[in-house]
Design a protein around this ligand. Structure first.
Ligand SMILES: Cc1cc2nc3c(=O)[nH]c(=O)nc-3n(C[C@H](O)[C@H](O)[C@H](O)COP(=O)(O)O)c2cc1C
Length: 381
């Protein structure tokens, strides 16, 4: 079996988004409706913009799955962009209408977006050639691929959950057992604390009225992963490093922390490290999990706890000050139809990214041509 590998392609208003996942074992059960349910969640949440009303994402599996089971060949996933029909004359691969392209050109580059630097780097005068790929629309196909990685992990008894901890200064300071996390997906904000959720909605409303935007903090947890995944042997193999890389790779993520995270810098060793105990029945165990389930770049058998910070959405309806790329004149930044807050979606996307990294680390260590072989090897650990 090849190593697990994900590649995505597709523009925000292009024909479609696609992903190829290589290295899945044969006989893995794939439930398309479960993937579509994740896609629907990625499109929801309080504070989303108009695009979500146009799209109704459904995955199409083009290769690698037969009658609900993987074949062991590369799996190709596809999500068609409904909005393409409104953009075909300026987004198709040939014969575009120059007038329409000029109309839809974005030159009033947005602070906080990829517009300006992308145009400088790739030599464009229309930031649409940059934003079409920089856009978080790409995360739809990553979530779909995440459904495959989750299927791989679920078969081993490894579960992923999460919730929204903060929306633009409104915090949920409580802690939750893993089984409580499921409820977050049934809320509008992704927050479990109802009082905080109401205050967060008020905050989003106020920001929307002011033409402003919000970010937040998400916590993702992994339960059931045995110890020893990832490795301290080289820095690139460290599980925390790989998770941080995948999470930082999501649009708008600006910080990642594990367990106690940044707070460790202001505490003593005795207040930070998880002491180790042994009982015949339980084997080695810890009574605390301040490390967030990873020591020395390896899973230690405790729950993995990772949090990430999302910056506020860069497109502001009130528009920030900027400079027109062509005219070199001061102006107000473009304000395309946009989200005010997308932290609920971020939680879903982050789960998919975590699933990819954990599944890849498991596949590297265990190999296996069939799902049964992987399971047998995992159970033997
Ligand atoms: C789920 C999600 C939705 C987003 N929606 C928007 C949006 O509507 N408008 C916008 O300007 N940025 C949006 N962003 C953020 C931009 O994609 C991101 O800030 C931009 O690509 C620049 O990348 P960087 O923030 O990682 O530097 C969204 C991000 C995510 C994860």
């Amino acid at each position: 079996m090849a190593n697990l590998r994900l590649t995505t392609a597709g523009e925000s208003h292009g024909k479609a988004l696609v992903a190829i996942v290589e290295g899945l074992p044969a006989h893995l059960k794939i439930d398309k409706t479960a993937i579509d349910a994740e896609l629907a969640l990625r499109q929801s949440g309080y504070g989303r913009g108009g695009r979500q009303k146009i799209e109704c994402d459904r995955v199409e599996i083009l290769t690698g799955v037969r009658n609900g089971e993987t074949l062991g060949s590369p799996v190709t996933l596809c999500i068609y962009n409904k909005d393409y029909q409104n953009w075909e004359n300026c987004m198709s691969d040939g014969g575009c209408d120059e007038g329409k392209m000029a109309q839809r050109a974005l030159t009033k580059v947005r602070p906080g977006h990829a517009d300006l630097t992308g145009c400088e780097k790739f030599a464009w005068e229309d930031a649409r050639n940059i934003l079409e790929r920089a856009s978080a629309r790409e995360t739809a196909i990553r979530v779909a691929a995440g459904g495959l990685f989750k299927a791989y992990l679920t078969a081993l008894g490894v579960e992923i959950g999460g919730y929204v901890k903060e929306i633009c200064g409104v915090k949920d300071e409580k802690t939750y057992a893993f089984d409580e996390l499921k409820k977050a997906k049934q809320t509008e904000t992704g927050m479990l604390d109802e009082v905080a959720a109401e205050r967060a909605k008020e905050r989003i409303n106020a920001l929307k009225n002011a033409g402003d935007t919000a970010g937040g903090v998400v916590e993702v947890r992994v339960r059931g992963l045995k110890s020893g995944f990832g490795s301290m042997m080289t820095y690139g193999e460290k599980l925390d490093a790989r998770l941080a890389c995948a999470l930082m790779g999501i649009q708008a993520v600006k910080g990642v922390e594990f367990g106690e995270g940044f707070a460790v810098g202001s505490k003593s060793g005795a207040a930070v490290h998880d002491e180790i105990f042994f009982e015949e029945k339980r084997g080695f165990y810890r009574e605390t999990n301040r490390a967030g389930g990873i020591e020395g770049g390896m899973s230690n058998g405790e729950e993995i706890v990772v949090r990430l910070a999302m910056k506020p959405i860069p497109t502001l309806m009130k528009g920030l000050r900027t400079v027109d790329l062509r005219r070199k004149e001061a102006c107000v930044a473009a304000s395309e139809r946009s989200d005010v807050c997308a932290i609920f979606a971020m939680e879903i996307i982050a789960e998919a990214a975590v699933a990819e990294v954990i599944a890849t680390a498991v596949a590297e260590r265990l190999g296996g041509d069939t799902a049964a072989q992987v399971k047998e090897r995992y159970d033997r650990l």
